[in-house]
Design a protein around this ligand. Structure first.
Ligand code: GLN
Length: 262
């Protein structure tokens, strides 16, 4: 749906087709007042998902507010790759760890699609974890949420994982000024990947082996132009079976690798 459709279906509590099929839209006085207050906020640059307090991701409904980054459509490619990999593995009870879960959309979408999975999700932000918890409940999923800076959220007795997945902050500091003004409404800690945008890949790739089963997978969303250097980091840390998936713009968006001897 485009933004106008999102706003109107929200106010009129109808689906997209009804906007076009019903002659009488039911936009009475009260609803017009709501519409103009939404439009005022939108004109000041606030993203439509924050104004409406919700968004759709992987066909599921998520509660969204300024506690976490807004789920991006390209992140569905990361989730689809993870679901595909987990199904192909034949493991009915895979253990999955998501690092930096934010709104929880990745962990929740995996939980909904891989019923037997034991899913853990971490974040450094308590506020984000609260939102993620609300989203896990609304979507009837059970996820273990843990708070901490990357792997600090875990203890050795928590065991190892078959998949570690992350969409970490990956925007380079120098690129911030050129981003859309909508981005300034989002938590900067969820976007800022340090000087070259790669800080979190460095830290996750060096720390991951200790938390992965042998031949367990590490899977990332990456920013435009980051695939080559992230793959090199993975190889230097002894990961193998490297692969990547392109998004609908032809940009390499997902990189994955396996721990083990190859
Ligand atoms: N895709 C986001 C953007 O375009 C960045 C998300 C991230 O840093 N993980 O700004």
């Amino acid at each position: 749906m485009n933004e106008a459709e999102l706003v109107l279906t929200h106010i009129l509590r109808c689906d997209r087709m009804s906007l076009y099929l019903n002659k009488d839209t039911g936009l009475d006085k009260d609803k017009s007042v709501i519409l103009s207050s939404i439009l005022k906020r939108r004109m000041l640059g606030e993203p439509v998902q924050y104004i409406l307090g919700r968004c759709e991701f992987m066909g599921l409904e998520f509660k969204i507010d300024r506690r976490a980054l807004i789920p991006r459509p390209e992140t569905e490619i990361l989730v689809e790759s993870a679901i595909g990999g987990l199904r192909d593995s034949g493991n009915a009870r895979p253990r999955v760890l998501e690092i930096g879960t934010g709104s929880g959309c990745i962990a929740v979408a995996i939980a909904r699609n891989i019923k037997g999975a034991d899913i853990w999700a971490s974040d450094i932000s308590q506020e984000a974890l609260q939102l993620a918890g609300e989203n896990a409940r609304c979507n009837n999923t059970r996820i273990r949420f843990v708070r901490g800076d990357l792997f600090d959220a875990l203890h050795p007795e928590d065991g190892k994982f078959d998949l570690i997945i992350s969409n970490p902050p990956y925007v380079a500091e120098v690129d911030f000024s050129s981003l859309a003004r909508e981005i300034s409404f989002e938590p900067q800690a969820a976007l800022n990947g340090g000087r070259d945008g790669l800080d979190f890949y460095r830290r996750i790739i060096t720390g991951a082996a200790a938390y992965l089963e042998n031949s367990g997978s590490l899977m990332f969303e990456i920013g435009m132009g980051q695939a080559g250097v992230v793959k090199r980091m993975l190889e230097n840390e002894g990961f193998g079976c490297l692969s990547s998936v392109r998004d609908y713009n032809g940009i390499e968006r997902v990189v994955s690798a396996k721990k083990g001897m190859f």
